[in-house]
Design a protein around this ligand. Structure first.
Ligand code: DQA
Length: 143
């Protein structure tokens, strides 16, 4: 069986490609992730997006005890900076989570410097544009 990876994208990430292109680029995230999945034949890459905090928690609960999932890539968007509930969900599950950001959050406004979820994630990849996702997938495949 091929290893499976789940990519969860949070609020406003459905708009990448149209949203603030000077920060997030002008390429659609869906198109990028299609290409990533096609160029990673050694794994099955599943993905989901929601603009709702509770949906993200439900996804973590649903997939986070599944032994066939090697890791979860999570870009929690702005919930990164606010959500104790998502942090608790990551702490509760068994599948390791890699925190991902398209932008280098540490170089942006001070409100983005703190992540609620970093302490409960396996690691963080930020600032490499959409390639942050590829780097996270590569990290998970080495777990
Ligand atoms: C983001 C950074 C967050 O601060 C922001 O709220 C996002 C996207 C990123 O991928 O760079 O929505 O997670």
């Amino acid at each position: 069986m091929k290893p499976e990876i789940l990519i969860i994208n949070g609020p406003n990430l459905n708009l990448v490609g149209r949203r603030e292109p000077s920060i997030y680029g002008d390429r659609s995230l869906d198109e990028y992730l299609d290409t990533l999945a096609a160029s990673t034949p050694e794994a099955t890459i599943n993905r989901m997006q929601s603009n709702h905090e509770g949906d993200i928690i439900d996804m973590l609960h649903e997939w986070g005890f599944d032994k066939s999932i090697k890791g979860i890539v999570l870009n929690a968007g702005a919930y990164t900076h606010t959500s104790l509930a998502i942090a608790d969900a990551i702490a509760a599950i068994e599948v390791p989570v890699v925190e991902v950001h398209i932008s280098n959050v540490a170089s942006r406004e001070p409100i983005r410097h703190h992540s609620m979820i970093t302490p409960v994630c396996r690691g963080v990849i930020a600032g490499f544009g959409l390639d942050s996702y590829r780097l996270a997938v590569e990290a998970i495949l080495k777990f």
